[in-house]
Design a protein around this ligand. Sequence first.
Ligand code: JE8
Length: 244
Amino acid sequence: MRVDVVSIFPDYLAPLRLSLVGKAIETGLIDLAVHDLRDWTHDRHRTVDDTPYGGGAGMVMRPEPWGEALDDLVPAGTDARLLIMTPSGRPFDQRLAAELAAEPRVIIACGRYEGIDARVAEHAATRMRVDEVSIGDYVLNGGEAAALVIIEAFARLIPGVIGNPESLAEESHSADHDQLLEYPVYTKPAAWRGLEVPEVLLSGHHGRITAWRHERAVELTRRRRPELLPDAERTDELEVRPAV
Ligand SMILES: CN1CCC[C@H](Cn2ccc3ccc(-c4n[nH]c(N)c4C#N)cc32)C1
């Protein structure tokens, strides 16, 4: 998969070269290119912003540099998906992460100031798939942090990036985990500062352990994210399904 990120702060994306995503880049599973938007400006000051039409505080990112960047990065006829980070975007979630993990090319536009001139998304949509995406209901200063989150979320779903694909199976929000939150995890020592690991986890009885973990996942989801539960599970009583 080829991932292009465009930003006026390209160094912000340096952490992508670390850890699992960095290893995927080194091994060629992911081809990452980070670009400085100012490379597509032509004035002495490398200007990327201007005052907003209609007035208002702050500055807006000019469309010309973005248009030229996308022309260069996505030649006509290329199958690519453009993500524009914005607090007014569609909520990013595990489903979208899984979709992106299957894309051959993803371009991520990281805006700053008060955002990118709306015509950039409008024009790009005439020749590529465009998603305006938000990572949550809070306001950041720009799109770079969101790009880091989104790239990590979809990169880890690319086959070969995570060493043990089984660890993807029971994650929070994964489709094959009934959209439940993850159960609590423990490791050695069995007793720590007077706190014991739940006995069932030391029992070696896999059926009981599976059932206990599901119960904890349902309990946690009901308490913290009831909207993720299927209607039938939103009862007051903890429904326990037999271990399979
Ligand atoms: C006061 N203004 C309001 C509009 C946005 C301005 C900052 N900004 C400029 C570009 C840009 C891109 C993404 C985000 C962002 N914020 N929160 C999220 N979940 C995001 C995501 N994805 C924020 C951004 C600040």
